[in-house]
Design a protein around this ligand. Sequence first.
Ligand SMILES: Nc1ncnc2c1ncn2[C@@H]1O[C@H](COP(=O)(O)OP(=O)(O)OP(=O)(O)O)[C@@H](O)[C@H]1O
Length: 537
Amino acid sequence: MPAEPEPTTDTTLERMPVSPLCLQDLCVVAGDRCLLEDVDARFPEAKITVVVGGSGAGKSVLLRILAGLLPRHGESIRWSGTIGRSETESEGPRVGIVFQQFALFDELSATANVQFAIDHRPKRIATNPKSEPVSWNARQWLEHLGVPLKTSVADLSGGQKQRLAIARTLAASPDVLLYDEPTSGLDSASGRLVADLIRETQSTYHRTSIVVTHDYETLLPIADKVLLLDPQQKDLIEIGRDQWGEIPDRMVPVSSLEDDTSAGPRKRKSILGRILNPLLETTGGAVSAAFWLPLDLLPIVPRVRWAIRFTLHYLRLVAGPSAWIYLIIAGLIVGFTSTYFTFRFLPFRLYTQPLLIDELLASIGFALYRVLVPILATILVAARCGAAVSADVGVKQYGGQVDAMRTLGVAPRAYLLLPIVIAFVIGTPILESLAFYSARFISMVAFTSSYPDVGPYFWEQHFGRNLAGESPWLHIGWKWVLLKNVVCGLGTATIAYYQGLAPKRSASDVSRSITSTVLWTTLFVLTVHFAVALMEF
Ligand SMILES: Nc1ncnc2c1ncn2[C@@H]1O[C@H](COP(=O)(O)OP(=O)(O)OP(=O)(O)O)[C@@H](O)[C@H]1O
């Protein structure tokens, strides 16, 4: 590691307090299988505990419970018992986690990743001078852990990303540091480097550290204590140093065990149930999301600066230049077709044209402004921008960034839902206006090229006849148009967010959520237009 920078106060790393972590009567059930039953365990303070276990034993589930990422009564995983600092104290410790895939915020710089953690430390930490090297800024953390400051996060090497993930976790000042499969996917030389980094981090920062792994060969050398997650006994068994040689034989892969029914009899699901249950779950989720939405949208953000940053990110995604081009082209198409073909295929053209030309122009202007462009624009915004936002949130969910936010003490709705809703509520009317003014322009071009003798002045006079309001910008009925835009934007934002945030176990879950976002948002938009049209006309 590079030379240690000077802390800006006299607080030293050696003076930081450390907390043990205790489990009492922990029971965990995943689906139909009981993973742990009445487990008591202690993770010694300021030491490294390595938790090993065969594939499928429940290491990742245990780690997510320790990190506070799984609710007690989840849909598929339930747990009970106490996770506390000591046998007498049931308050959970603050846990930081170094995720297997690092879960870094790719759109932020390395410095901003660490700054995010610093800015969201609990106030009691930030104001307690004895508790931490609170004075370190993001740059000092990065220099201390050897992370390049100027390289973008995406361009960092695997090892540098891991150091950045450790820096970000440490900067949040957790009591306990969890490492999730830190050597998975690495060759043995790189695995040993990671093990050395964990040991170095431990000896420098004195955290209670828990490493969850199946790679015992690489990580046992740095362990102070080893716990084996035994799926047969459903227990965390301490393995004494003299018995470490037996660990390979005791790591039973779960597939070789009998089917376990200890969590109760397995319920057989009918074909109808298998089809209906996910649908009902989705619908139930949507109804409960709609119910809680007003509460979720309360503008309570931990740090305004970060809320603005995320809002700008989503504004770029929803209403950036590529969306302008998309909506301008859509406006040109609808403006041209509605004008050109109306006059081109007029029945008994020779007779009807002189009689109807001005009325038709007024109708085209009205239809474009009040109906056609709003429907087309909001459907395109729902599909294109809804998909983009659902993909963004889905990747953050799948890549662990949403979980990283939670472990850093930030509710995802603060920096995801609220900024997304703001971006859609601002972006949809802007994009719709771009489409309308493109449609208006091309309508004039199509008309004057079809009737050069009548000219643009005639078009101007009649196109806006049914729309003329107090000002040239605020046409009659602008409130209805705005209402449709805002309601469609709000609904698209909410559907895209909740679809993206739904649990993701694979990349195909992300693509499924994008597809259903497009389906539900476009259906929603059509319903809104139908309902508003009933009131409007
Ligand atoms: N969300 C879930 N819903 C239902 N069952 C789950 C869920 N997540 C995990 N499980 C089940 O819990 C058990 C333990 O899974 P877990 O991922 O914790 O294993 P692991 O010890 O980390 O295995 P590996 O080392 O292979 O990653 C498995 O049987 C798995 O199928």
